[in-house]
Design a protein around this ligand. Structure first.
Ligand SMILES: NC(=O)c1ccc[n+]([C@@H]2O[C@H](COP(=O)([O-])OP(=O)(O)OC[C@H]3O[C@@H](n4cnc5c(N)ncnc54)[C@H](O)[C@@H]3O)[C@@H](O)[C@H]2O)c1
Length: 334
């Protein structure tokens, strides 16, 4: 039995608890939140012990893995404390708010010989895995360019739910909070970035950080990509998509949640094969919940003493790209 604990019992913690509950050999032992009422659900639903002080929870010897689900600006100090208590870590995205903090997390985990994985669950969507396999098998040939779009709605009520939302210190804007998943995928698909140009604005939401961002990336391969992200769309999520154009194929995964092949043309596959593939994805677009994949993966990484599928370095790469967008936008401001 692998024993879990959660720190931060808000919106996303419920997905962690449900994922742990779905895994046969996993058990939610304890939860920690500064607000006692936030923990009632976990006590009643899963029989978890409750703590307002992380130190006290970390004294429970049988805890193997702690999931960090607090506001993003708190990820780093908590992760360092947890790693020093010799517990493995599942950390929500973004891994941290700065590269300096990220390096401290990664180093502390290495020093204490604990595993670290970052929650980028979109990597496990069936359509995303198919696209990754198409790319890894070279079926698109040489890539000319791509496009990454997250045009979503997060209304003012969403930002007003908690004081940390939309702040530069604890959350960031649409790039750091929502589109970081898609930037992670863009890096996974297209490799190392070389140059970024970006502009951002805060147009419709009353927040510190950006609610709209547009940018261009040049990758080391020479391929280009455009990025467009917003939380300002009226009245609901409009599009989450990634399109990649290659010499032997064009692929767009999209919909309002990047769950389907919206377009698939491959020189190496017949029309029937392509239709079959598109239909297969349509039948089960979500697959196993992404959080469950991440949690099953870290359990396997511990058992087999190997790196998890999404490492701290992966989290750092996605964060670096977000921060490079922010830096470019600052420099381009008129
Ligand atoms: N992977 C995803 O798809 C996804 C989706 C949503 C949110 N997130 C990430 O999850 C994190 C939390 O987001 P949320 O929407 O659940 O936030 P939330 O505001 O709903 O919950 C945060 C919880 O942390 C608690 N908390 C604050 N400080 C604490 C401390 N020092 N110790 C213990 N508990 C503390 C709060 O009381 C609250 O209950 C963020 O980093 C966010 O970016 C990831």
């Amino acid at each position: 039995m692998v024993n879990f604990a959660i720190v931060g019992c808000g919106f996303i913690a419920k997905k962690h608890a449900s994922a742990i509950n779905n895994i046969q050999d996993a058990n939610l032992v304890a939860v920690c939140d500064k607000v006692p009422s936030a923990m009632t659900f976990y006590k009643e639903e899963y029989g978890a012990r409750t703590y307002t002080e992380l130190n006290e929870m970390l004294n429970i010897e049988e805890i193997d893995i702690v999931c960090i689900c607090t506001p993003s600006g708190l990820h780093a100090p908590l992760a360092i404390q947890i790693a020093n208590a010799k517990k493995h870590i599942v950390i929500e995205k973004p891994i941290a708010m700065t590269i300096e903090d990220t390096d401290k997390i990664i180093d502390t985990c290495k020093k204490n010989e604990v595993k670290l994985t970052v929650v980028h669950p979109n990597r496990y969507r069936p359509v995303v895995r198919e696209l990754k396999s198409i790319l890894d098998n070279g079926l698109l040939g040489k890539i000319s360019h791509g496009s990454c779009i997250v045009n979503w709605n997060r209304n003012q009520d969403y930002y007003d739910q908690a004081l940390w939302r939309g702040t530069k210190e604890h959350d960031g804007g649409v790039l750091m909070n929502q589109a970081i998943h898609n930037l992670d995928l863009l890096l996974w698909f297209m490799g190392k970035p070389q140059q970024v140009l970006s502009m951002e604005a805060t147009r419709l939401r009353d927040i510190q950080a950006e609610d709209v961002s547009v940018g261009i990336v040049r990758f080391e391969s020479g391929a280009l990509a455009t990025v467009e992200a917003s939380t300002t769309v009226y009245p609901k999520n409009f599009e989450e998509s990634i399109t990649i154009f290659g010499e032997k194929g064009t692929v767009k995964i999209g919909g309002s949640n990047a769950l389907y092949f919206e377009h698939l043309a491959l020189e190496s596959k017949s029309e029937d094969e392509i239709l079959l593939l598109m239909e297969k994805i349509k039948k089960d677009p979500w697959g196993i919940p992404g959080h469950q994949w991440i949690i099953e993966d870290i359990i396997k990484a511990i058992e087999e003493d190997k790196d998890p599928a999404v490492t701290g370095e992966d989290g750092k790469r996605a964060l670096e790209l977000v921060l490079t967008f922010y830096e470019s936008a600052k420099n381009l401001k008129v």
